[in-house]
Ligand binder design. Structure first.
Ligand code: 5GP
Ligand code: MG
Length: 460
């Protein structure tokens, strides 16, 4: 998964992109990058670095990113491989000018396309799926940049929200299923386009609308033009996991408030899987809104029973004497005063591998909880996501291997309850048409590479 942001028509656009990436940090912590287009010279400049936005940039690197058009990207490490080389935006010299590209989502036919392009002589510089888009644009035989971008994007299967600069022209598009979000905002004569509305808010941009599935827009000299939509209509299938886990609760995606959706999941969970308990606690921060919904519906008081340490980096040195559940202890601490002698409902947004949750249950017991009732504000995750969420193989998914009863035993909890698929979809929007492949196993976009025997090289 990744976060992307673009600003155009505003002086020092890169500085605003930097702020937008800050707000999108939850979508990727592996690496951050920004391309700025200096319209006076027509040249684009790229800076990228590993780690958080604040680590990847300093004042000096931001000062160098001059110009009123800019795009940025945050990378979440998955199968495409870590390292700076695979970080985005990509920047190449293209016949029509410098071309920058930032992509969120996973393509499901990238290997097939890559093999074809390599056979035709393309030289790839990275191992990420996104690079095929650049080659497809550069090699298109259609006339003009608009047509070449349309040609390239129309050949892609799977999930993409993309931002592309060609010289000082900005293009933005969503795949025809609309898996990943992309929102459009306005700010003082310019536009801001980003993965989530929280990235508009931080730069004072006013939300205009979401880009539609299959929509391609071009912004040049302050003028926004809707280009012809991508070919082959497909019913929209926005990713429900964005609402379950990925997006920030203050964001609005596809007309839904993430906070309201999560609260509705929590309320529905309390109806479907009630528990007799003294308090409701959340696994912070991702389950906070759902836990509030559960507490509201059940009438059981919400308590802050777990504290999350926000300063744990993605990699830390593990002392050899660290002991059991060290990684979980680094991230969460139980509040004994809340938990001791209490029957506790623990609400989490999702159960993926089960490793964190097992450690958490141990912490709660040690802090004196007499009963632990584990509740998940989404259904069992039984299937890998090929459209950009980090759920790579079935073997790693605890619910693919084990029944809820077995999981209950393995976690050592007094009861375990999942939200039903129907309950979740209805709570979000019965008409939403969401992709719920990780829960249901129904994949809306063809898994071309998988069917052709490639192992799916995901990326973002
Ligand atoms: P588990 O017990 O399955 O190891 O961890 C469950 C936790 O993982 C939940 O709190 C949930 O918020 C979080 N989670 C769900 N999906 C993802 C994901 O794609 N990436 C990361 N890093 N965490 C996730
Ligand atoms: Mg969580």
């Amino acid at each position: 998964m990744c976060g992307i942001a673009a600003v155009t028509g505003v002086p020092e656009a890169a500085k605003l992109v930097f702020l937008s990436l800050y707000a999108l940090q939850h979508r990727g912590q592996e690496a951050a990058g920004i391309v700025a287009v200096d319209e006076s010279s027509g040249e684009s400049i790229l800076h990228k670095g590993t780690g958080l936005v604040a680590d990847a940039f300093d004042e000096e690197s931001l000062e160098r990113l001059v110009g009123s058009v800019s795009i940025g990207h945050l990378r979440y490490s998955t199968a495409g491989g870590a390292g700076l080389r695979n970080a985005q935006p990509l920047l190449v010299r293209y016949a029509e000018g410098d071309l920058g590209l930032a992509h969120n989502g996973n393509l499901t036919n990238a290997q097939e396309l890559r093999d074809r392009l390599v056979a035709e002589g393309a030289l790839f510089q990275t191992t990420i799926d996104s690079e095929v888009i650049v080659h497809l644009i550069a090699r298109s035989r259609r006339l003009g940049v608009d047509a070449q971008i349309d040609d390239a994007l129309s050949q892609l299967e799977g999930a993409f929200s993309v931002l592309i600069t060609v010289g000082d022209t900005l293009y933005a598009a969503r795949d025809r299923h609309g898996f990943r979000p992309l929102v459009l905002g306005h700010r003082e004569g310019g536009y801001v386009i980003a993965s989530e509305t929280c990235a508009l808010d931080i730069v004072g941009a006013r939300y205009i609308r979401d880009l539609e599935p299959g929509e391609v827009v071009r912004i040049r000299n302050g003028e926004l033009t809707r280009l012809p939509s991508l070919r082959d209509f497909a019913p929209p299938s926005p990713c429900i996991f964005e609402l379950v886990y990925f997006a920030r609760p203050d964001s609005h995606l596809w007309g839904y408030s993430v906070d309201r959706a999560r609260r509705a999941f929590g309320r529905q969970l309390a109806i479907e899987r009630p528990a007799d308990a003294d308090c409701v606690i959340s696994v912070p921060d991702s389950a906070n809104s759902a836990a509030l919904g559960f507490a509201e519906q059940s009438g059981i008081p919400f308590e802050l029973g777990l504290i999350r340490n926000h300063y744990v980096g993605r990699t830390f040195i593990e002392p050899s004497q660290a002991g059991r559940d060290f990684k979980v202890r680094m991230k969460y601490s139980p509040v004994r005063e809340v938990l001791e002698g209490q029957r506790v409902v623990v609400v989490d947004d999702s159960l993926v591998r089960g490793t964190t949750s097992q450690g958490l249950v141990n912490l709660l017991r040690e802090a004196g909880a007499t009963e632990v009732h584990f509740r998940l504000a989404s259904p069992p995750v039984r299937n890998p996501c090929y459209y950009g969420i980090d759920m790579p193989t079935r073997g790693e998914l605890i619910a693919a291997e084990k029944s809820p009863d077995e999981i209950c035993q393995k976690l050592g909890v007094d009861s375990l309850g999942y939200l039903s698929l129907e309950g979740m979809l209805n709570a979000a929007d019965p008409e939403g048409g969401f992709c719920s492949a990780c829960f249901s196993g129904e994949y809306p976009a063809p898994l071309v590479d998988l069917e052709k025997g490639y192992s799916l090289v995901g990326s973002d």
